[in-house]
Design a protein around this ligand. Structure first.
Ligand code: ZN
Length: 229
């Protein structure tokens, strides 16, 4: 059986990855993480998405299997970042303070334990190098090295799929269009959450958000580039 485990947060990128996995695999498992993120509203979005995404396409139906949620609150106790604390988003250091050190590394390690339990070969994650922040744990070399480490450490073949690694935000919208057409685009706009401030009070053409934070800016620019507006 062709199985994948998607690291799924309820955001645009991981929802696109979930669509990608539903298109390519027979069984799709999901895992999400609570790490003290301020935009915990994404966890509510993710539950709604898990209940409805299979209905987008006939060939996606009955593919979703178990969902897991892990509490990794300790991440917010170690470093003060603007994703986990009420501090302004800024860029004083090498990376913006939206960088949560170790986050994606730990996510993939935890995910690998589920992959082992259910004999899943593929981990799917929405990290990408074209992200404006250049987070070091999103780089292709980091992921490739981790893939080797996990495969050796578990004595089991683990492949980490990164469908978004080399594409920009506009091309992420295009990928959704290829996978699920306008229905998929509308679904991403209305159901996914990206805004760092957790704002879902206003629906813009590109989705809900505060329209000001870097995540909203990126999502908006990608949509406008994609739609040619
Ligand atoms: Zn925002």
């Amino acid at each position: 059986m062709n199985k994948a485990l998607v690291l799924f947060s309820g955001g645009q990128d991981s929802t696109t990855c979930l669509m990608w996995a539903l298109e390519k695999f027979d069984e799709v498992y999901t895992v999400g993480f609570e790490y003290g993120q301020k935009h915990s509203i994404e966890m509510e979005c993710r539950q709604k998405i898990l209940q409805s995404i299979e209905s987008i396409k006939p060939n996606w139906q009955n593919k979703l299997k178990l969902d897991h949620i892990f509490n990794l609150d300790f991440l917010s106790n170690v470093n003060t970042t603007s994703l986990t604390h009420n501090v302004e988003i800024s860029h004083h250091d090498k990376y913006p303070n939206t960088f949560v050190p170790g986050r994606n590394l730990i996510f993939l390690n935890v995910a690998s334990t589920i992959a082992y339990k259910y004999d899943i070969e593929h981990l799917v994650t929405g990290v990408c190098e074209t992200d404006f922040s250049g987070y070091p744990d999103c780089r292709d070399n980091t992921i490739k090295a981790l893939q080797v480490t996990l495969s050796l450490g578990l004595d089991k073949k683990i492949v980490i799929d990164t469908p978004l690694m080399w594409i920009n935000k506009s091309e992420t919208w295009e990928l959704t269009n290829e996978l699920a057409g306008q229905h998929g685009i509308d679904y991403i706009i209305k159901e996914t959450h990206t805004c760092y401030n957790g704002d879902r009070s206003t629906l813009y053409t590109w989705g809900y958000g505060c329209n000001e934070c870097p995540a909203c800016e990126l999502r908006k620019k990608g949509y406008l580039d994609f739609s040619g507006i």
